[in-house]
Design a protein around this ligand. Structure first.
Ligand code: COA
Length: 176
């Protein structure tokens, strides 16, 4: 990473999320285009991705999730979410979801910074038991292991890659 690059992780409220819809959508669309299994199938357009983040912004407004974004020289290059468990018997639990870094900005520590900040923000909101799942054998799995997440196990054929091939998922948890 060049010394001139400035990475900043920010928690976005709903209006900030709406102001950065194009940047967030560009990151999601790039990840799907790159073959990441993050919920969506190809073809997946920038407008499709904008609609997804409009929905997330509404849920941020409703207090159902936290949305973080990574900015590199003021451009959105990554994002992650803390999604609160919906039931009253899990007030202390949340999922980490939609951890995404644009392909052009990977392997410079942005994913790690996003996760560390997501854990801090979750804890500050009283969410002390976190869960996530990720494609078995992908880059994200190493990131979570490095950051101290505990592997629960692997579920075969859990989801599909954007091109329709099946993929296994690894489930992790962490107390923060
Ligand atoms: C998973 C993902 C978010 C990681 O983002 P990232 O910003 O590249 O993550 P990091 O830079 O923190 O770590 C990635 C690697 O870069 C290395 N790295 C970090 N800083 C570095 C630097 N300055 N120079 C060289 N390598 C560096 C890390 O050690 C790590 O190496 P490893 O994978 O061999 O263990 C990204 O690959 C991604 O968006 N993938 C597609 C979407 C996806 O699958 N998301 C997960 C859904 S659960």
């Amino acid at each position: 990473m060049s010394g001139a690059e400035r990475i900043e992780i920010r928690r976005l409220d709903a209006s900030e999320a709406r102001a950065h819809l194009d940047g967030l959508a560009a990151v999601l669309a790039d990840c799907v285009d790159g073959g990441a299994s993050v919920g969506y199938m190809t073809p997946f357009s920038h407008d499709d991705a904008r609609q997804v983040y409009e929905t997330y912004a509404a849920e941020v407004e409703q207090g159902r999730r936290l949305l973080l974004a990574a900015f590199l020289d003021e451009e959105v290059v990554g994002t992650v979410q803390v999604v609160y468990a919906p039931h009253p018997n899990q007030p202390h639990r949340a999922d980490i979801a939609r951890m995404l870094v644009h392909r052009s900005a990977r392997r410079r520590g942005i994913g790690q910074q996003l996760m560390q900040r997501a854990e801090q923000e979750a804890r500050a909101e009283g969410k002390t038991v976190l869960v996530l799942d990720t494609v078995t054998g992908d880059d994200a799995e190493r990131l979570y292991e490095r950051l101290g997440w505990t592997r629960v196990g692997v579920i075969p054929d859990y989801a599909l890659y954007p091109d329709g091939r099946p993929c296994a998922t690894t489930v992790f948890w962490k107390a923060v």
